[in-house]
Ligand binder design. Structure first.
Ligand code: PAF
Length: 282
């Protein structure tokens, strides 16, 4: 595995590999790697000749300075994990390397980027589009791998790929969970003991809601999930729970409105913002 910090070195390396006819897979990450990320690397390894993983905490997608400042950074451990996972090139640039001047691009991401995370974190998805588009231009991957925990992010990236005319395949990969159901996330390390014990209730409730939904309306299911988790207040507080079409991200009002229906949740758990989702129809 080689570690590259400079954009021109990355471009040179991937251009040479592409010239040899090698297929390139990209796994964009912000580091603090866990088994969720490693499952993306594993899938990428199976489907491509060359595996490129980027590790970059992208400042333009944080709309909260404190969140950016305290985002976990574990570069040495990340390199070791990537080496074992079969990564070929790890790209670890500085902020100055990626943004030698401010990126003022405003992406036309449409309505998929306006609801849920888009409404709660203004500018977040534009920042994601900025870094992901830069990575796509540098690496020119055949495939790029994203975890379904950030479910809406995948829809937004698909939209960006369409409007910017990138020619690659976006590969969504299933959520990896702890044994107790909590979705793996770099932010889980911020949970206090009490919050960590409570957090599995999020997935448990989502899972229970699948059965509930069979005999209840969409609105009743939203209320069931929200009330069940909020019964743990003040430790747990739902920011939103929305049941949406899995492609357009638009809320559905009945179960027969789409063939792909997903519930997306954000919960403050002991002050830590956790997200998760579950498919009702797929
Ligand atoms: O999902 C993430 O970790 C980030 O949003 C991404 C896609 C690596 C862009 O910084």
């Amino acid at each position: 595995m080689i570690v590259i910090n400079k954009v021109n070195e990355l471009e040179k390396a991937v251009d040479a590999l592409k010239h040899e006819g090698k297929s390139i897979g990209l796994v964009p990450t912000m580091g603090a790697l866990h088994e969720g990320h490693l499952s993306l690397v594993e899938r990428c390894r199976k489907e491509n000749d060359v595996v490129v993983v980027s590790v970059f905490v992208n400042p333009t997608q944080f709309n909260n300075k404190e969140d950016l400042r305290t985002y976990p950074r574990t570069e040495e451990a990340d390199k070791k994990l990537l080496q074992c996972a079969g990564c070929d090139i790890v790209f670890m640039p500085t902020v100055e390397e990626i943004y030698p001047e401010p990126d003022n691009r405003i992406f036309n991401l449409g309505r998929v980027a306006e609801v849920m995370e888009g409404a709660m974190r203004p500018g977040h998805f534009n920042g994601v589009a900025q870094i992901v588009s830069k990575l796509f231009m540098m690496v020119k991957p055949d495939r790029a791998y994203f975890g379904e925990k950030d479910f809406q992010q995948i829809a937004v990236i698909r939209q960006m790929v369409k409007t910017e005319g990138f020619n690659l395949q976006i590969v969504p990969c299933p959520i990896v969970r702890e044994a107790d159901g909590l979705a793996k996330s770099s932010r889980n390390v911020r949970l206090s003991g009490e919050a960590r014990n409570a957090a599995p209730r999020i997935y448990r409730t989502l899972h229970e809601s699948i059965e509930f939904a069979k005999s209840h309306t969409v609105d009743e299911t939203i209320k069931f999930v929200t009330d069940t988790i909020n019964s743990q207040q003040p430790l747990m507080e739902v920011e939103y729970y929305q049941i949406v079409d899995g492609l357009s991200m638009m809320p559905v009002s009945s179960w027969d409105e789409s063939n792909y229906i997903v519930g997306c949740i954000t919960v403050y758990c002991g002050g830590v913002r956790l997200i998760d989702n579950i498919a009702y129809k797929k």
